[in-house]
Design a binder for this molecule. Structure first.
Ligand code: AP5
Length: 223
């Protein structure tokens, strides 16, 4: 077992548009931990046109959740084979999204003798999320996200780092957002209480500007 006790092992929780994908790269830069975004993993299956991708796209565009079994299998594969996860730790973004996923995650990490250290909830009112989601631009290959108004790329529709084109996600419509928020409140929010009971939860005001959100994340990690 080569788990480093100083490695970061955390979960980012929050509704669509809360800033999980915006803040995760900061954590990667600072701690060298691996960013595990189940949404990005699914979108990569979609763009490769795999059978899972074809099924997942239908569910994602309708704002529903892909089955627990599929998602647990995906994360298990990464956590048990990705060397950076065991040496430097990981930031889970978009997983767990249900109580069964949270329970399975604990079971997996217990087996790896590498328990979660922190679950950070990005808290924000639903009303603020419409403009964030409908203005979002993403660089599919890296998962980097921008915003037409709040965080524009240096050159319109172009990734700052690679110069490649940015796109809008097919589930970033007002209609799909309503359903995603509904799934979040019904199925995902109960995991907040799950982590409160374990004593590893911290909540952050995610309506602040991104630099303040980042400072608050560092504070709750003890920096
Ligand atoms: P996923 O990709 O995880 O989508 P999501 O949870 O809806 O989250 P988002 O990526 O929309 O939001 P974010 O918090 O990352 O926001 P961002 O930082 O980009 O999942 C997609 C789908 O996959 C799900 O609907 C489901 O179908 C399926 N799925 C995934 N995981 C699953 C699982 N475990 N089980 C079952 N199904 C699963 O920010 C948004 C915008 O706001 C950006 O434009 C950004 O620039 C801007 N912004 C960010 N922070 C600020 C700020 N502080 N102030 C102003 N603007 C800001």
């Amino acid at each position: 077992n080569n788990n480093d006790s100083s490695a970061l092992r955390m979960v980012l929780i929050g509704p669509p548009g809360a800033g999980k994908g915006t803040q995760a790269p900061n954590l990667v830069n600072k701690f060298g931990a691996y960013h595990l975004s189940t949404g990005d993993m699914l979108r990569s299956q979609v763009s490769q046109g795999t059978p899972l991708g074809v099924e997942a796209k239908k569910i994602m565009d309708q704002g529903g959740l892909v089955s627990d079994d599929i998602m647990i299998g995906m994360i298990k594969q990464e956590l048990s084979t990705n060397p950076t996860c065991s040496t430097k730790g990981f930031i889970l973004d978009g997983f767990p999204r249900t109580i069964p996923q949270a329970e399975k995650l604990d079971e997996m990490l217990d087996n790896l003798k590498a328990p979660l250290q922190k679950a950070v909830e990005l808290k924000i009112d639903d009303e603020l999320l419409v403009s964030r989601i409908t203005g979002r631009l993403v660089h599919p290959a890296s998962g980097r996200s921008y915003h037409k108004i709040f965080n524009p790329p240096k050159k319109p529709m172009t990734d700052d780092v690679t110069g490649e084109p940015l796109i809008q996600r097919s589930d970033d419509t007002e209609d799909a957002l309503k359903k995603r928020l509904n799934s979040y409140h019904k199925q995902t929010e109960p995991i907040v209480q799950y982590y409160k009971n374990k004593g590893i939860w911290s909540g952050i005001d995610a309506a602040q500007d991104p630099t303040k959100v980042w400072n608050d994340i560092l504070k709750c990690l003890g920096f």
